[in-house]
Design a protein around this ligand. Sequence first.
Ligand SMILES: [Zn+2]
Length: 264
Amino acid sequence: MYVDVHAHLIHPSFAGEEDAAAARAADAGLDYVIVNGLEPRSNREVLALCERHPHLLPALGIYPVDAVASRIDPATWAHPFDPPAPFDADAEIDFIDSVADRLVAIGECGLDQYWVTDQAAEQERVLRRLCEVAMRHDLPVILHTRKAERRTLDILLEMGVEKADFHCFGGKLKLAQQVAEAGYYLSIPPVVVRADAFQRYAAHLPLDRLLTETDSPYMGPERDARNEPANVPVGVEAMARARGITTAAMAEAVRENFRRLFGR
Ligand SMILES: [Zn+2]
């Protein structure tokens, strides 16, 4: 009865444990886990993993930091992780288009003005191309919008995108309400157990626009511990508490929203 709309089971922290994490998700009561790709390597590994597990559903995309990898100068990269490896973003979009009939969504994709601040135009170009693929195949987009929440919403509205999930939304409640009013969904990760902003979304956004995710291995209920899809029920419990409804009612609402957006 639970669902995770955004997990990175293809990640070094799950190496060799992907199948075990998938089994634990099923044991925890998850009907489906959407596994998101970020760039060429993870996109292909997501497809292979999901082929082995009927409850894992693939979503392929280009993460907005990877989208501009070929334009980043490693010499000026000042973050505590390696700069993304360059690849041909347009060729990857063509690949995603070519396998779209096997996907449940396009993503992770979007805009990021936190890690990269000088490539907004190219990030937008890649996002628009991926939205075109999604619309052509009638698939939802799963969006990363860090420090670019308003801009992403404006692009979707301008393009006439109808199906979207804003994952780990970091904007103000008022903007989150505008996202919901536009008919888009917002997915809340298990960190909601200790994060006021996510509790506010769970309490105040329309119940028929809420989804659950994990963003595994990030955004878990315990600080610094690896997150995984099996943690969804802990997050749903915190969402229900914030809203003042039963855990079963929250889980049921989210499950229905998932069915409406992803068709299963
Ligand atoms: Zn993600």
